[in-house]
Each structure stands twice: as structure tokens, then as C-alpha cells.
Design a protein around this ligand. Sequence first.
Ligand code: PLP
Length: 488
Amino acid sequence: MSWPVPLVPAGDGPMFQRIARAIVDDVGRGRLVAAQRLPGSRVLADALGVHRNTVLAALAELEAQGWIVTRPARGTFVADTLPEITPPRGAAARRRSGGVGFPLPIEPRLELRVTGEVARGELHLSAGVPDPRLFPVDALARAWRRAVRRDGRRLLTYASPEGHPALRGALADMMRSIRGMACVADDVLITRGSQMAIDLCARGLLAPGDRVAVEALGYRPAWDALRLAGAVLVPVAVDGGGLDVAALGRLAARRGLRAVYLTSHHQYPTTVTLGAARRLELATLARRHRLLVLEDDYDHEFHYEGRSVPPLAAADVGGHVVYLGTLSKILAPGLRLGFVIAPPPVIARLAALRAAMDRQGDRPMEAAVAELIEDGELERHVRRMRTTYLARRDALVAHLRARLGSALAFDVPRGGISLWTRVAPDLDTARWLAACAARGVHVSPGSRYTFAGDDPGAFRLVFAPLTLPELDRATAVMAAELPVRRRR
Ligand SMILES: Cc1ncc(COP(=O)(O)O)c(C=O)c1O
């Protein structure tokens, strides 16, 4: 019996009325909700220490007033539609304060408002996620069962906050062989997505007031985490070659900098790769100013033309780069698996912080994913996805050129899962995207990526999670909504 504990007969008068009033009060407080089943009269009588007839009288009174209904052979339930409730004294004031009975501190200013679920039939070119329909469900489910059957005792209890040793080892191997990094298992901390990794780095490696350079067109969730730790963010321009490292150098020399957060491989959201000269320049700057370089390499494997460029971390001899990775793009964001690669003293510091917040990760899932990596399944999946996403990129490019050639101008992305396009200046982009959204095609406005929240005259189209027919439909809607939306 989940209710009534404790039901206190309320007020004066005959006992049956006091019981009835107590039940109404519990409905008013929300301890009993519409359609909830009530315990039987015998159970209630025992719990209250009264005769069963007293309870039956209380229930009859409540039924007459419309608070409860009796369904033959099924029991007694709180009514689906309740009579008007006069709120108990104080409840109205509590509702005005949103039900919070203590002073809330000033709300931190956060940029990211998490978007909800994707509704059926809607097409989102806004969500930077892989296609969940292509997720290797069976392989992962098999690996999960195998791992828990074999190692359940160790997987289902408390363990170290750094993450499962098998996954730390498997990721280190993968980073060495695919991304050219010199790392071992001890250099890896498993996190719940790179978001936790950024948060841990912000709180564990920076002091409040530290100045941190970020890309002026960039990733707001990272800015949120950095700001929450007290960092003062300084935007640095991004151009066709990625972060403007010369501007970063001037900033470091002039105003002092503690760190830089950047997406060097596929700049977010433009997808351009930081060139070799800028990489060297950045390494020199890091040495000269003793900078912490937070390198967010979120979708490394999805590179379509030529070889992917090794991370900054692969060439880092001075110990400046803390590398942030994620499985959100190569597997799925819902798994919440990310990782940090850094020297062991940094890993130990971040792991201690993590333990205070989240104790440890999802051990069974970490073990299962380690298996997927060890038996080559993840690599095969990535290869399949690369081919699929390449076809989707090409389809999007072809549709945009054919249908929106006069409105949009873009370079074909060499990597990543999205395309960044400039918009003709005579277009009212906000109205255009609103019209598309009304027809179920969603595109994020470019202002979502700018540091100042202004319109950069460009937007991002994510192609990875949409099939070829879906890309066809989405771009057809965009084209159909275009002509009537031209500014005069
Ligand atoms: C720049 C960037 N970093 C990291 C991530 C991944 O975040 P997480 O690992 O927390 O899912 C994303 C995903 O959208 C991203 O765009």
C-alpha cells in the first residue's frame, strides 16, 4: 500500500467526516492523484484503527461529493475529474513561488537550452547527431549481456571513477592506431560524454577569473561549462582556415590568457580543419604562454577527403593539450560516453572531481563498448557510417545546388556531419526558417553559434541523421518556402 501513510483524520466532528476530510486534503496536496486506486476499506480501517463501517461511511460521503468512484469488482479510485479544491492555507502563496520554499540564488546565465525529443515525421537538420536507426543495437546488446554474465559481480558494484580499465585500454589503443596519439590506458578518463569532460577540466584545471579563449563561432555547451566554473571567455575569430591563431597570439600577448578551447579537426560549426601552419603556431604560443589547450575532437573519424589530420595532442611534446573525445558521434549521444586524454596527474585530479559529482560511470555499458572496440565492431560500424554519411553529404550538396543555388553559398565539407552555408544577404533567414519549421523541417539559425548571439549570415545543415529521401524532402520544403520569403 503506497497510501495512506500517514493519514491523519482532520478537524473535529464524527470520525467518518474527519477521515473523509483527510483524504480530500491529501488530494489537495497531491499525495493522492486523479485515478489513483485507494486501498480496500478493510486495509484502511486497520491502518486507522477504526471500525470498517466508519471507513465505508467516509467513502460513501466522498463518493457523494464526487471525490472518488467505486468500480464494481475493481475497487475504489480517486475520480478522474476532481471537484474544485480550496487550497489549504499557504498553498496559494507556495504556488506563486513555484512551490519552492527557500530562496533561490541568482540563476546562472546558460546559453544552451536543451532541445526536446524529435517528433515523428519531423525532419531535423539542426541536431548534430548520428542516425539512431543505424546504431548497432544487436552487437551492443550481445556485448552487454556477455559482459554482465561474465563479470556481473565486478560490474554492478562501486568501482574507480576513472572508468572501466578495459574501455580505458581499448580507447587508448584506438587513439594510438587511428588518431596517432601516444597514450596508454592510464592517460584516459572515461566521462559521461565530452560535456562532463569539459566541465571537469573547467573546474579542475582553471581558477575563477581565468581568461579562456574560445572560437567566436563555436560550441555553446562548452562555453556554459567554462563560464559556470568562473572562466572569463574571450572570443577569437574563425575564418576559412579555422581559429585565427595570429589573433589568439595577439590576445595572449596583450591581455593574458590561461587556456584556449577549440575544435581543431572539424571546427564547430564550420567543419574546416586547422591547417599545419596554424597548428605549429598554436604549439609555439602554448609553450610561450604556458597555455592549457582544450582540444575537442568530437567527430574525428568522419573525414571524407584524404586522410584525417592527427589531433594537436598527437604532436604535443610540452604537455599543453588536454584532449577531449566522445562516442556521441561514432555511436550515439544517449550512451553518454566521452573521454579525456591527458597526463596521469591531470587524470587523477579530474577523476577525484568526477567522483564527488557522479561517483563513477556506467560500468556494464563501459565493459560492453570496450568489447565492441576490441572485437573490431566499432571500427566496422565507423567505416559503414563514413560511407553512408558521405553519400548523404553528396546528396545534400546536390539538392542545395539544384534547388537553392541562388540563396546559399558553401564549400563542400571535407569532414564532419554537417554543412555550413552562407545565406544571400537579401533573404530574411529568420522568416524562412520559421516557415520551414512550420512544415516540419528544422534548421538552427546561425545565431546559435555566434559568441554575441548575432546573425552571422550563415547557418548549419546536419546531414548525418537523414536518409536520402528525407534529405530530398527537407530541401524540397526549404526551396518551396524560399521564393515567398524574399525581402523587398
Ligand atoms: C563541438 C562538440 N563537442 C562535443 C560534442 C559531444 O558532446 P557529448 O560527448 O557531451 O555528447 C558535440 C556534440 O554535439 C559537439 O558538437
